[in-house]
Design a binder for this molecule. Structure first.
Ligand code: ADP
Length: 427
């Protein structure tokens, strides 16, 4: 009889191995999918890794801790829901240096505890808590990057049931995946921060090119308000004082100062280094704000600006970023017309709604136009034909538009001039 049991067990072994391999394969693709779907947020990735690790290693609870200055902080806990809530209520989120988990991570090798009750050596507060929580068998695998400890995965069971060699090697794979996910998101974050800093620097630089015009824009209403104030004083000096006239003049002062603060607000929101955020935006209004900021520059250069704004679906976008795109395109257009000989300097800004659901914005100038050799290079970073140019404007614009799911392109116009267009899908 013993023999027949043995024979059955051997027959089912290859089948078990195949099932196990399929399970592992599925677990790996779940983690990869989580990494692909969530490049900015680590939590779903950690959850997917821990879900797979606890399931495949037949653990009751999985905990992922990440290194920080003062120890290891629990960032994801998965498994039996009752045990998960018990974990959060009985264990401190931070396992300080010298605590039991920290010492296990410091080994830099997987630590397997077959039976916690039989553990030899120092039994600290963590050990007592784990005992009280009913933990019996445990496995701790450090996350290492260049031999630096970046975290720790622990898998535990409520019964004395040692982990097999295969489960230990599996948990090592999961620790490696968690380390890769951490690295990908860290790089992604660094890249985004660098892009944001660049975009901010470009906005400040572009605004810098408009300083003289904007100063003029602000000075105008202040001068007007001063003249109105002088008039109000004269009306008050009359005998009897002409209160009706004073009231009218005061209203004009309020309007003029309102214009000044509008300009300052618009500059403020463009210069501010705010993180990108998506909101429902009326693109036409956002465009008009930018044309208002550039109006004086256009006047100074002798450019006539016309706008043809169609009714648009509301789009979800980062308002400041799209205004930055408009600012770059408008300033480039004005600059391209500076050296044009005749007085026919025209800038036309138009919007239209496009099928299926989206908007298309066009900025067309009658400037020097695009040289055939520069057409394919316009959007390359650092490509510039201006002595004081940075060559960053258009590449940042394209990155912004593409991040919104749209497209930005340029075409030459006849008899001269350039047309820049971009689309943004509505969602
Ligand atoms: P920069 O303005 O600092 O040169 P951009 O990336 O904004 O950087 O522009 C890159 C180049 O594209 C410009 O140097 C110019 O040669 C060309 N360009 C951009 N806009 C226009 C335009 N409206 N008309 C003609 N050339 C343009």
């Amino acid at each position: 009889m013993n023999e027949s049991i043995h024979a059955d067990a051997t027959a089912s072994e290859p089948q078990d191995r195949v099932t196990e391999l399929i399970e592992q394969q599925t677990a790996i693709s779940e983690v990869l999918r989580a990494i692909a779907n969530s490049p900015h947020d680590l939590q779903p990735i950690f959850d997917a890794i821990l879900d797979s690790a606890t399931r495949l290693c037949r653990a009751d609870l999985g905990v992922l801790r990440l290194s920080e200055e003062s120890g290891l902080r629990s960032v994801a806990v998965r498994g039996n829901p009752l045990l998960v809530s018990q974990f959060w209520s009985s264990f401190p989120a931070l396992a300080e240096k010298e605590s039991f988990p920290f010492r296990m991570a410091a080994n830099r090798l997987p630590t397997h505890i077959a039976d916690l009750t039989a553990l030899e050596g120092e039994r600290d507060d963590y050990w007592i808590r784990a005992m009280n929580a009913g933990v019996r068998s445990g496995l701790a695998v450090p996350l290492l990057k260049d031999n630096e400890i970046v975290g720790l995965i622990t898998l535990t069971r409520q019964k004395v049931q040692p982990f097999t060699d295969r489960q230990i090697s599996l948990s090592r794979d999961f620790a490696a995946q968690a380390t890769i996910a951490l690295e990908i998101t860290r790089r992604e974050r660094q890249y985004r921060e660098a892009q944001m800093a660049l975009a901010h620097a470009n906005r400040v630089a572009t605004m810098g090119q408009l300083t003289a015009s904007i100063a003029h824009e602000i000075k105008q209403p202040i001068t007007a308000a001063r003249a109105y104030a002088a008039a109000a004083l004269r009306f008050l000096d009359k005998s009897p004082p002409d209160v009706a006239e004073v009231r009218e003049v005061l209203t004009c002062i309020v309007n003029e100062t309102g214009r000044t603060s509008d300009v300052v607000d618009r500059i403020g929101s463009l210069i501010k280094k705010a993180p990108p955020r998506k909101e429902i935006v009326d693109l036409n209004v956002a465009i008009l704000e930018v044309t208002a900021l550039t109006r004086s520059e256009a006047v100074k250069t002798g450019v006539t600006v016309s706008t043809q704004l169609a009714e648009l679906p509301r789009i979800q976008c980062d308002r400041v970023q799209l205004q930055q795109v408009m600012l770059n395109l408008i300033v480039n257009a004005i600059q391209s017309m500076r050296d044009v000989e005749d007085d026919n300097r025209k800038l036309r800004i138009s919007t239209e709604s496009i099928e299926p659901e989206g908007v298309c914005v066009a900025v067309r100038d009658s400037g020097q136009g695009l040289r055939p050799e520069s057409l394919p290079r316009l959007f390359e970073p650092f490509y510039t034909t201006k002595p004081d140019g940075t060559g960053m404007g258009l590449s940042i614009c394209r990155a912004i538009i593409e991040a919104h799911g749209g497209r930005l392109w340029a075409t030459g116009c006849e008899p001269r001039g350039a047309l820049f267009q971009f689309t943004i899908p509505a969602n």
